[in-house]
Structure formats: structure tokens, C-alpha cells
Write a protein that binds this ligand. Structure first.
Ligand code: PHE
Length: 348
């Protein structure tokens, strides 16, 4: 009896002193003490040798010992439950994986990148400039002096108005022609640049107009640059963008900074020329303005207009995107509606 009680005391100390460093250790503890061939069961078996009058008190001692082992096991299992669970999951290759959410580029970015890539193949470099501009780079240098009526073609957001005293007039650029001005300021011909960027106009927001949009404008100045070069460059661009089937037509137009000027239409990409809302049932959609750089603009930057000629063009990224992806409401581009943006996942 004495020996048995002493043995139980030693077991209790061993259990109390036990520490585990892995889930495997915990499992080994369970097997050693509480398994079917474990030490707790073995010592319970001693009950039959205990004299009847001591059975009750000895039973209590044994039960207390058993619960010491059980409580310890619970503690150990709680501490290693996480490790055991993740260990199991890592090995279960039949479990479905965690889905990875793939983002997408904005459709305007996709189209802008494509436009830039096409012009790069023709040898155009990319130039960027500030969105907050002074009057000179946006208007004056572009042959639009202060009271020129053509300023009304573009409704301007003024930051500091001309009538507000001596300082310079500040505005949000209405076109990226302002960047072309900055290029001509610093660079001598030959010049061959495109100017992608955001521009601002004071328009009421609707499906067809917005107070900001994006342009890619282009400028090519060298000796002997002709209107034929302009036409061929733009024809190449739309063929690359929309495919070889696309048709183009030029209509005479007016811009203060080009002479002669023309607007270019392409065959409607939505209805293939049959007539729809987008082309207003004409089969043609206007995509850009263009022309030969006005000699006055060249002279503003000290470029000899007798020696050099150039062409310029400007188009809206939103319009090209509309024709490419059939987006019919300009507001969709800036609403950040995930259902709209998600449709471009995987497009590169
Ligand atoms: N700057 C003009 C616009 O924003 C586009 C254009 C550029 C037209 C170059 C002719 C030549 O409307």
C-alpha cells in the first residue's frame, strides 16, 4: 500500500514537470499516461489488490491522480491545437485553395498604354507636363491671344483669372498642347513627341461630357514634313488600334494653332458603318483634331518657319476606349464601380 501511494506521488511529479515542444510530444504524453495501455490504467488495475476497507479512500486517491493527468493533457492540447490543425491542413491537398483576387488596370490606362506603344513604334518620344498651367503655354503660345474668340472653344477652369491683377494667369490645362509648347521651348527640331495626360474643361457632367478627360496629342517638326505625312501617320495609328479594315476620312476644320486644320473620322467600330447611336446613324465617328503647325506657333519658339514644317494632332483617350470597348457613358470611367472595372481583368 505504502509503495503504491509513493508511486502515485512520483507519477504526479513527473506529470507536473512535463513540458512539450511539439504536437507530437503531446500525443506521446497522452499515449504514455492515458492510452489504453497507459500508466493511469495500469495503476487503476492495482485496485483489486487493495483491502476492502481501504477501497473507498484509495479509489478517491486514484481518481484524483487520473484527473491530474487529464487536466495536464487538456492544457497541452490547447497550447498545440493550432499547430496540429495547420499541420494537418498543409498536408491535405484535396482542400480547395484560397482564391487570389487579381486586380485590373483601368481601361483608360490600358488604352493609353496601347496608344503610346503604337506611336513609339513610329519613333515618337513621350513628353509630360504640369496640369496647372500658365496662360502662355496653354493659350498664348498656341496662337490664342487673350481676346481671341477661339478661347471659347474650350471652357476653362481658371485658378487665377486674367482680371485679378498683375500676377500671371493660372488655369487647369484644357489640352496637352501646353506640353508641346514646353517641348518646343527646350528642344530644336527635329521634334517628334506625343503628350499623354489629363485635361480639364468646365463642362456639365453627363454621359457625353465630363469636366476632365485624357488626351494623347502629338507633334512632329522637321524639314519637309507634309500633310501626307500627317495622314499616313494617323492612318497607321488607327489601323494598329482598330485593325486593317478601319476606314478614315478627313474634314476641313479650324484650330488657331494649325493651318490647314482637319478633323479625322473613322468608320464606326460599334456598328461597322451600318448606323447606330454612337455614330448618330452616319457610320462615321470623329476621333481627333489635327493640322499643319501654324507658322506663328513655330516663330513663338524661335523655330524658322521657312526651313521647318510640322504637323500636330490631338485625341481623347475616352473616345478611343469607347470605340474599343463599347463604353457608352463617360461617367463610368471615374465612378470606380468594381463591376465595371472587373470586366478588364486579364486584359493587358
Ligand atoms: N488641342 C486640340 C484640342 O484639344 C486638339 C488638336 C491638337 C488639334 C493639335 C489640332 C492639332 O481640342
Amino acid at each position: 500500500m505504502e509503495k503504491l501511494l509513493q508511486q502515485i506521488e512520483e507519477y504526479k511529479q513527473e506529470i507536473a514537470a512535463f513540458t512539450a515542444s511539439s504536437a507530437d510530444d503531446v500525443e506521446n504524453f497522452r499515449i504514455k499516461w492515458l492510452g489504453t495501455k497507459g500508466l493511469v490504467k495500469a495503476i487503476m488495475g492495482e485496485m483489486k489488490n487493495v483491502p476492502n476497507d481501504q477501497k473507498k479512500s484509495f479509489g478517491q486517491i486514484l481518481n484524483a491522480f487520473k484527473s491530474v493527468a487529464e487536466v495536464k493533457l487538456e492544457e497541452l492540447q490547447a497550447a498545440y491545437a493550432g499547430a496540429a490543425a495547420s499541420h494537418g491542413a498543409a498536408l491535405d491537398f484535396s482542400l480547395p485553395g484560397d482564391p487570389v483576387t487579381v486586380g485590373s488596370r483601368h481601361p483608360l490606362t490600358l488604352v493609353r498604354n496601347e496608344m503610346v506603344a503604337i506611336f513609339k513604334r513610329l519613333g515618337f518620344a513621350v513628353a509630360e507636363g504640369p496640369e496647372i498651367e500658365d496662360d502662355w503655354h496653354n493659350f498664348g503660345a498656341m496662337n490664342l491671344p487673350e481676346d481671341h474668340p477661339a478661347r471659347d472653344m474650350q471652357d476653362t477652369f481658371y485658378i487665377r483669372k486674367p482680371e485679378e491683377g498683375n500676377g500671371p494667369t493660372w488655369l487647369l490645362r484644357t489640352h496637352t498642347s501646353s506640353v508641346q509648347a514646353r517641348v518646343m521651348e527646350h528642344q530644336k527640331p527635329p521634334i517628334r513627341v506625343i503628350c499623354p495626360g489629363r485635361v480639364y474643361r468646365n463642362e456639365t457632367i453627363s454621359a457625353r461630357a465630363h469636366c476632365f478627360f485624357h488626351q494623347v496629342e502629338g507633334l512632329y517638326i522637321d524639314e519637309n514634313v507634309s500633310f501626307a505625312d500627317l495622314k499616313q501617320t494617323l492612318y497607321f495609328f488607327v489601323q494598329e488600334m482598330f485593325g486593317k479594315e478601319v476606314k478614315v476620312r478627313f474634314r476641313p476644320s479650324y484650330f488657331p494653332f494649325t493651318e490647314p486644320s482637319a478633323e479625322m473620322d473613322i468608320s464606326c467600330q460599334i456598328c461597322a458603318g451600318k448606323g447606330c447611336n454612337i455614330c448618330k446613324h452616319t457610320g462615321w465617328v470623329e476621333i481627333l483634331g489635327s493640322g499643319m503647325v501654324h507658322p506663328k506657333v513655330l516663330e513663338n519658339f524661335g523655330i524658322d518657319a521657312n526651313k521647318y514644317t510640322g504637323f500636330a494632332f490631338g485625341m481623347g483617350v475616352e473616345r478611343i476606349t469607347q470605340l474599343k470597348y463599347q463604353v457608352n457613358d463617360l461617367r463610368l470611367y471615374s465612378q470606380n464601380d468594381i463591376r465595371f472595372l472587373k470586366q478588364f481583368t486579364g486584359v493587358v
